[in-house]
Ligand binder design. Structure first.
Ligand code: ADP
Ligand code: MG
Length: 237
């Protein structure tokens, strides 16, 4: 088995909270309210994943599943400039797929896994921003929660397998209401599915422009908090 790589979030304090960054070989989920920086964090990771390992990168390409239409090529370009990476080259290393419904989202994941297999070792990161948005639309009825949970579990299980097979990081965002316990991912109650995210980070707004990340669940790091900012160059301390 290849060794785990930690991909920088762009913020040293957030990286430290995560034990070095977003880990390859497992799933990291960030959840929080609107405007806490989930999408900006996703864009930052699109660039940092490509950096050399000694610069906090993964020396690899990125696949980005956009479920809300919030991917912005220009954001990737300005973040690339911050890290001294050619903006156009950085953008070309990000494969973006727009998902239109939850079933399509699953099809895209399958297609990307095939792409990862074709280009063995080329991809270091798969982002789904956001994991639940389309499920909430497709399974809107009260009686549909268990169907939704079942499909979601299948997706998480597939993602877990991809992270292990290709030794890539899986980064999921999830928009929730203002409580760290308002767990939307596991709507079926407090029972977690077999393939829950390994690392879960709750994001909230702090004072002014400040944002706060709280490590809610981790296989190997203690609970704690970190602060970060959202800037033109992406996520920073
Ligand atoms: P979420 O996905 O959690 O809803 P976003 O990642 O979209 O949130 O973050 C939105 C925040 O990012 C807003 O507060 C916005 O002001 C800030 N933001 C977006 N683009 C830039 C930029 N180019 N420079 C600085 N801040 C930005
Ligand atoms: Mg967003």
């Amino acid at each position: 088995r290849e060794k785990v790589i930690f991909i920088s979030t762009g913020s040293a304090s957030l990286d430290a909270l995560l034990g070095g960054g977003v880990q390859t070989g497992s799933i990291t989920e960030v959840y929080g309210e609107f405007r806490t920086g989930k999408t900006q964090l996703s864009h930052t990771l699109c660039v940092t994943s490509q950096l050399p390992v000694d610069m906090g990168g993964g020396e690899g390409k990125v696949a980005f599943i956009d479920t809300e239409g919030t991917f912005r090529p220009d954001r990737v370009k300005s973040i690339a400039e911050r890290f001294g990476v050619d903006p156009q080259a950085a953008l070309e290393n990000v494969v973006v797929a727009r998902a239109h419904n939850s079933e399509h989202q699953m099809e895209l994941i399958t297609a990307l896994a095939a792409k990862f297999a074709e280009e063995q070792g080329a991809y270091r990161l798969l982002i789904v921003d956001s994991i639940l948005a389309l499920f909430r639309i497709d399974y809107a009825g009260r009686g549909e929660l268990s169907d939704r949970q079942q499909k979601l579990n299948q997706m998480l299980s597939r993602l877990t397998r991809i992270s292990e097979e290709f030794q890539c990081a899986i980064f999921l965002t999830n928009q929730v209401q203002s409580s760290p316990d308002a767990s939307a991912m596991f709507a079926g109650g407090d029972k977690k599915p077999a393939h829950a995210s390994a690392t879960r980070v709750y994001l909230r707004k702090g004072r002014g422009e400040e944002r706060v990340a709280k490590l809610a669940d981790s296989p190997d790091m203690p609970e704690g908090e970190a602060t970060y900012k959202i800037t033109v160059g992406g996520i920073m301390d």
